[in-house]
Design a binder for this molecule. Structure first.
Ligand SMILES: [Zn+2]
Length: 496
């Protein structure tokens, strides 16, 4: 009897598994995340000691598509001098008007009757518990000045209360196809350099963001049924009375971004000590992107250094044709790439994974020196193709993308080393910065041989991990590692 029941149960289970497998293959079953990230490594814990902290509580109102937020920041004055104010970026306000919207200016959003504004509405600012003087700055209202006299080495506790209004928009930030992405949305301290706050505007070209590593925690409250794909590790998830609350920890990161949807499916896998998660609208697409992310991570860990964070997450979002966008431990991938033969999906997932090393672990000024992360990521993507598919595939990609870029001449002032503000279109920007820049790195690899080239990149990462590097730092690091002078070669490539 018992045995018979077990057999019956076994048959039923096998049938259910077969059915689930068939439905999965058809992309009709959506899986929720079931795995949790390992704890932060000792090295990451050490790197996160003494950094500034950001604690954000965000509650989604689905009907109005707003997030009500409280954010506590501990900011240390590391400038060496006295500060009278601390400035934050309010990037969502760039989307408040048609004439400043990066998406409209980039031509991926239209200023028609259905156009919707996005914004961040600051309600209250406190410094060390007291009401503070503050002002929203700029034509686009995309900066916040908080008055807070702060001697060198002192810390201020700043509390911001605000509301984020998410626009309907296929871009880094916005809702499209049932996916809400909240990226470059939380106020983040501007960099302070040479006595000025770097309040570079959120323009339509490139990724105009630049920030220091800090320790972030996000407590996100959403209606039950939403899945959230996020930077950092989800340390707690509980659902009560129709509401899900997630607690997300992200030590030593440059920002926290996330995407959420009722329509998401999730695929997950451990890759060594890293939980890799992929969210997409169809289970099979989540699985495909997961496999690419795991392969890319494996190749980059073999070529460069171990990925330092406990989790890596990729999430599908309609970005209006932009391939992908990197954040710390997280990337948004354009929905169109999940269609067709997925070759571009693989390359974009690899490119955004390479950013975890260049742009994120080693930070750089993405406004003034965008080549420093983009060219490295473009070239590492080509090296990934080399490792996965062989030299012939690498050569084909090089001939298709880099060689045409090397032949084209651009107007004066438009070079591989130019700041993003010098470019008129994203196509021109990509050709110069990504592809010509990749050509330069290929020249270095060819001259040194692969082993010495990768060894030099590892030295560069080790020297600047969690910090900020410049062209000068890259050049000197390469010269130190190889014992050769690279300045002339690099300057010629980047400035001509
Ligand atoms: Zn990139």
């Amino acid at each position: 009897m018992r045995k018979k029941r077990w057999i019956a149960a076994g048959v039923a289970l096998a049938a259910a598994a077969l059915l689930a497998g068939a439905l999965l293959a058809m992309g009709n079953v959506r899986q929720a995340p079931t795995m949790t990230s390992p704890p932060a490594s000792d090295a990451l814990t050490q790197a996160s000691a003494d950094l500034d902290t950001y604690e954000v509580e965000a509650v989604l109102d689905e009907a109005t598509r707003t997030l009500t937020c409280t954010q506590r920041v501990t900011y240390e004055n590391r400038t060496g001098g006295e500060l009278n104010e601390i400035c934050f970026h309010l990037y969502p306000n760039a989307f408040k008007r048609v004439n400043t919207s990066p998406a409209v200016l980039a031509g991926v959003d239209e200023a028609d009757d259905s156009w919707q504004a996005g914004e961040i509405w600051i309600e209250d600012v406190r410094v060390d518990g007291e009401a503070a003087d503050w002002a929203v700055l700029g034509e686009d209202e995309a900066a916040l000045r908080v008055c807070a006299p702060l001697a060198a080495g002192e810390r201020a506790g700043i509390e911001l209360r605000y509301t984020l209004s998410v626009p309907a928009l296929a871009y880094r930030w916005g809702e499209a196809d049932g996916v809400i992405s909240v990226a470059n949305a939380f106020p983040i301290a501007a960099m302070y350099e040479d006595g000025v706050w770097r309040l570079d505007e959120y323009g339509p070209i490139g990724d105009p963001f630049y920030s220091a590593c800090a320790n972030w925690t996000l407590t996100l409250t959403v209606p039950e049924g939403f899945m959230a794909a996020s930077a950092g590790a989800i340390r707690e998830s509980r659902t009560e009375a129709g509401v899900t609350t997630l607690r997300i920890e992200a030590p030593a990161v440059r920002d926290v971004a996330f995407a959420m949807s009722r329509r998401y499916a999730c695929a997950q896998q451990m890759a060594g000590d890293v939980l890799v998660s992929s969210y997409a609208l169809r289970q099979k697409d989540a699985q495909a992107a997961l496999e690419y992310a795991v392969s890319a991570l494996g190749q980059f860990e073999a070529m460069l250094v171990d990925y330092p964070y406990p989790s890596l997450t990729v999430a599908q979002k309609d970005l209006g044709g932009y391939g992908g966008m990197e954040y710390s431990g997280f990337a948004l991938i354009d929905g169109s790439l999940y269609e067709g033969d997925r070759q571009l999906l693989e390359r974009v997932v690899a490119h955004e994974t390479a950013h975890q090393y260049f742009g994120i672990l080693v930070g750089s000024d993405q406004i003034e020196e965008p080549w420093l992360d983009e060219a490295l990521c473009e070239y590492m993507t080509m090296m990934y193709i080399d490792k996965e598919y062989g030299r012939q595939a690498f050569n084909a990609l090089y001939e298709q993308s880099v060689e045409p870029a090397l032949r084209i001449s651009h107007p004066v002032g438009v070079t591989a080393g130019s700041p993003i503000t010098n470019f008129l279109t994203n196509a021109e920007y990509a050709q110069c910065v990504y592809q010509k820049g990749a050509g330069m790195l290929h020249g270095i690899r060819e001259a040194l041989g692969e082993a010495a080239f990768l060894s030099a990149l590892r030295d560069y990462i080790d020297a600047y991990a969690y910090g900020i590097a410049s062209r000068e730092d890259f050049t000197l690091s390469l010269q130190d590692s190889t014992g050769l002078s690279w300045r002339g070669f690099i300057d010629d490539y980047l400035d001509e």
